[in-house]
Design a protein around this ligand. Structure first.
Ligand SMILES: Cc1cc2nc3c(=O)[nH]c(=O)nc-3n(C[C@H](O)[C@H](O)[C@H](O)COP(=O)(O)O)c2cc1C
Length: 435
C-alpha cells in the first residue's frame, strides 16, 4: 500500500431490485437460489471485498390489489442465509438487513451473536426502521410508530443489543438492567459476543436517520454521490464529535453501479444499452402507473406519455413502493416527466430509463478506479457498495479488471488484513465490555 493514500472500502449488494439489475434467465426464482448468493460471495471474497450486503423487504408490492410479476422473487430470512454463506467463505464480511420496528431486541441480539460466533466475527447488521404502515399490517401494527419514534426505538434497540452482547453468556454474566421507553430487560442474557461485536450499518437519510447514524452506526449505506455525497459526508462526520466519536469510526459507503468497456465511449454506449435492458416495456408502464395511480396497460411503452392526468385518488393503485403516497407529489412529478419527455422527444420507455438511471461509473478499468479514488480523496465517501447491473455474474468484470487497478494504486490491499469484518473496515476490534 502507498503511504498516505486513503483506503477504498468495498461492499457488494446482492441485487434483487429490478430497477437496478437484469437477471439473466429471467425471474423469479433465480434470485433466491443459494448458488447465486454463494457465487456472488465467492467472487467478492476473491476481489478482497470487505462485505456482502443483503437487503430486505417484509411485504411484496401490489398493483391494483394483486402481487405484480415485476421483481417478485420472495425473500428468505437473511440471518439464516448469512449463516449458510459463512460456511462457504472464510474472510468476507456478511451484512444482513434486520428491521428494528417489527422485531424484538433480545431475539435479534442473540441471532446476530450466534452468526457472528459461527463466522468468527464477520457479521454486520444493517439496522433499518422502514418508513411506512404498509409493512406494519403484516405484523398487525398498521401505522405502528410515527417516523421519529421509530428511530427512538431503533436507538434503544441497538443499545439493548449491545448490552446483551457485553453482559451475558458466561458464569460471571451480569444481569441486564434496562428500563427504557420501548423495552425492559432484567435477566442474565444467555448469549454474549466473544469480544467482537457485529458491525452496525445504517441506511436512511432523514434528520433522525443521520443522528441515529452519528450516535450508533459504524457504516452508512447511502445513495449520495458527487456534490451531494460531499455535503452528506461533511454533515454526518461533523456530528460525530458531539457523540464522543472519531470520524474514522464511521465509514460512509454509497451504492454505485459500474460498466467496464474497452474505451470510455464504448462503456458509455454499453451503459445506455444496459439501462434499456433493465427498463423493460412492462417496467416502464409500471413505473408510470405508480405516479399516475391508475391502469396504463393500454399505452404503448414505445410511444408518448399518457394524455390523461394522474388520478388524485390513486395513491394505492401501486402499493408498497416508496414514491407513490402523496397525490400532490405524484402530480408534480408527473408534470416534470411530461416536460422532460416533450422537450427531449422521448418515448415512455426512454424517459423511464433516463429518470431511473443510477449513473453508472462507465469507462475503462483505469477510468473507474480513478473516479472511485477521487471521490474518496474529496471526502465524499470512504468506499462503495457495488450494485451489479447484471446477475448472476455481474461482479466478475469488476473483480477481474477494476480490483487489480485499485490494488496497483495502493488503495486496496492485495490480501485481507484481518479475519474479522471490524478489522477489515479499520474499526476498533474489541469493544468496551461491561465487565
Ligand atoms: C440506501 C438505502 C437502503 C435501504 N435499504 C433498506 C432495506 O433493505 N430494507 C428496508 O426495510 N429498508 C431499507 N431502507 C429504508 C430505511 O431503513 C429507512 O426506513 C427509510 O429510509 C426511512 O428513513 P429515513 O426517513 O431516515 O430516510 C433503505 C434506505 C436507504 C437510504
Amino acid at each position: 500500500m502507498n503511504v498516505g493514500r486513503r483506503r477504498v472500502h468495498l461492499g457488494v449488494l446482492f441485487p434483487v431490485n429490478p430497477t437496478t439489475t437484469v437477471w439473466k434467465g429471467g425471474l423469479p426464482g433465480s434470485q433466491i437460489d443459494f448458488a447465486a448468493i454463494a457465487g456472488l460471495a465467492r467472487t467478492a471474497q476473491r476481489g478482497r471485498f470487505d462485505y456482502l450486503l443483503l437487503a430486505d423487504d417484509l411485504r411484496l408490492p401490489e398493483r391494483d390489489g394483486e402481487v405484480t410479476e415485476i421483481g417478485v422473487a420472495g425473500r428468505h430470512d437473511l440471518l439464516t442465509i448469512i449463516s449458510a454463506v459463512a460456511a462457504v467463505t472464510d474472510r468476507l464480511g456478511l451484512v444482513a438487513t434486520v428491521n428494528t420496528t417489527f422485531n424484538e431486541p433480545y431475539d435479534i441480539a442473540r441471532q446476530l451473536a450466534t452468526v457472528n460466533h459461527l463466522s468468527d466475527g464477520r457479521v454486520g447488521w444493517n439496522a433499518v426502521t422502514t418508513s411506512d404502515a404498509w409493512i406494519g399490517q403484516n405484523f398487525r401494527r398498521g401505522g405502528f410508530l410515527p417516523h421519529a419514534q421509530r428511530y427512538e426505538r431503533a436507538a434503544e434497540f441497538v443499545q439493548l443489543c449491545r448490552s446483551i452482547w457485553r453482559a451475558g453468556g458466561t458464569p460471571d454474566s451480569v444481569p441486564l438492567a434496562h428500563q427504557g421507553r420501548h423495552f425492559h430487560a432484567e435477566g442474565h442474557a444467555a448469549t454474549a459476543c466473544d469480544g467482537i461485536e457485529p458491525v452496525l450499518m445504517q441506511a436512511g437519510d432523514s434528520e433522525q436517520g443521520r443522528e441515529f447514524a452519528a450516535a450508533h452506526a459504524e457504516v452508512i449505506y447511502s445513495r449520495k454521490k458527487g456534490r451531494a455525497g460531499r455535503e452528506f459526508y461533511a454533515d454526518v462526520k461533523g456530528r460525530l464529535a458531539r457523540h464522543g466519536r472519531d470520524p474514522g469510526q464511521l465509514k460512509i459507503m454509497p451504492a454505485i453501479t459500474y460498466v467496464v468497456g474497452q474505451s470510455r465511449a464504448d462503456a458509455e454506449e454499453l451503459a445506455r444499452m444496459r439501462r434499456l435492458d433493465i427498463v423493460t416495456p412492462e417496467m416502464a408502464i409500471y413505473y408510470l402507473e405508480e405516479l399516475w395511480g391508475c391502469d396504463l396497460s393500454g399505452y404503448d411503452p414505445e410511444g408518448p406519455l399518457p394524455d390523461i392526468d394522474p388520478d388524485p385518488d390513486g395513491s394505492a393503485f401501486i402499493a408498497g413502493r416508496p414514491t407513490g403516497a402523496d397525490a400532490q407529489r405524484r402530480a408534480d412529478r408527473a408534470a416534470f416527466l411530461r416536460q422532460v419527455a416533450e422537450s427531449r422527444k422521448l418515448s415512455i420507455r426512454q424517459l423511464v430509463a433516463l429518470v431511473t438511471d443510477t449513473k453508472a461509473l462507465a469507462g475503462t478499468p483505469a477510468d473507474i478506479a480513478t473516479a472511485m479514488i477521487e471521490q474518496v480523496e474529496a471526502d465524499a465517501c470512504d468506499g462503495y457498495i457495488i450494485v451489479p447491473d447484471q446477475a448472476p455474474g455481474g461482479l466478475d468484470s469488476f473483480v477481474e479488471h477494476v480490483v487489480p487497478e485499485l490494488q496497483s494504486r495502493g488503495v486496496l490491499p492485495a490480501e485481507y488484513e484481518s479475519d474479522t469484518l471490524r478489522g477489515n473496515l479499520g474499526l476498533p476490534e474489541s469493544t468496551n465490555r461491561a465487565r
